[in-house]
Design a protein around this ligand. Structure first.
Ligand SMILES: Nc1ncnc2c1ncn2[C@@H]1O[C@H](COP(=O)(O)OP(=O)(O)OP(=O)(O)O)[C@@H](O)[C@H]1O
Ligand SMILES: [Mg+2]
Length: 272
């Protein structure tokens, strides 16, 4: 009799231990999966980064030499006939500098440093900051972001700021008429923060839609074509999504979706 009771007790204990072990294995596997993913992203980042930094560095030196030589010749010759050409050279050097700076910013992309970020404050700041650059354009900006006023997301504030500034810059730059409108909307949907920037600017041709996220694709005389490529990279690092919808001559809407919480993997809400 005693033996049977002892065996039952032992079995119950064993069952409990098994359950604990199972939970532990699942937890450790999840952790391992997360670390593996981070490692994969870090590797990918470092190869893009190394290439971009090398190219930027290699270009910066010859460009400096060209700038110096142009400056010296211009001073020596100092004739109105050649000055026009030198101005052109200087302008092109300046534009190349812009490309190099953006390349360096591309190469400096690091894994996000997660913090609690108020999307409402971040958007308000960015709208004000970018708007101040385009006061001459008289564009009406509407903010529809109050539904996220008391919410926060786990994200790298600096990186998401850069994303929003790039998207807003593009929206302002796309408007050439005098009844310009930009609408910024933020909502929470299925544990994601969705931010949409809509403009009524020139729009994008269907044939070019697939290219806009590629590095160096630009339609602007002073653009580097790295803005949206950087946005794409940064949003992806946050396990988010960036989408663009556009109609030529009507306008463009760019939407980013960011997971509200860092460890959210699309299957479960870790806070529930
Ligand atoms: N809101 C928009 N409306 C119309 N076209 C857009 C918009 N956003 C992006 N584009 C198109 O996509 C191209 C690539 O954008 P991206 O931001 O990557 O580079 P850029 O704006 O040309 O240069 P940079 O951002 O370096 O100043 C733009 O040149 C433009 O043709
Ligand atoms: Mg841009």
């Amino acid at each position: 009799m005693k033996n049977i009771t002892e065996r039952k007790q032992a079995e119950t204990i064993l069952k409990g231990e098994n359950k604990n072990l199972e939970t532990l294995v699942i937890k450790r596997s999840e952790e391992l999966f997360k670390v593996q993913n981070e490692l994969k992203q870090a590797n990918r980042l470092s190869s893009i980064g190394t290439l971009a930094a090398t190219v930027a560095h290699e270009l910066r030196n010859p460009l400096g030499v060209i700038r110096m030589a142009a400056y010296n010749i211009r001073n020596k010759v100092n004739s109105p006939a050649t000055n026009r050409h030198f101005e052109h050279i200087e302008k092109k050097i300046y534009e190349s500098d812009l490309i190099i700076n953006n390349l360096l910013s591309y190469s400096n992309i690091k894994l996000p440093h997660y913090q609690k970020v108020s999307a409402h404050n971040l958007l308000t700041d960015c709208i004000q900051l970018v708007g101040a650059k385009y006061l001459h354009k008289q564009i009406r900006v509407t903010k529809d972001i109050d539904p996220v006023k008391d919410e926060y997301i786990e994200a790298d504030e600096f990186q998401i700021r850069e994303v929003m500034i790039n998207i807003l810059d593009n929206a302002y730059q796309s408007i050439e008429h005098d009844h310009g409108r930009i609408r910024v909307k933020a909502r929470i949907q299925d544990f994601y923060m969705k931010i949409k920037v809509q403009d009524n600017g020139v729009g994008i041709d269907k044939s070019e839609k697939a290219d806009v996220f590629k590095p160096f694709f630009t339609n602007k005389s002073k653009g580097t074509g790295l803005g949206l490529a950087i946005c794409h990279e940064l949003v992806q690092l946050h396990n988010g999504k960036i989408e663009l919808a556009s109609r030529k001559f009507h306008g463009t809407a760019v939407t980013i979706s960011l997971p509200m919480r860092r460890s959210y993997d699309g299957v479960q809400d870790p806070y529930n």
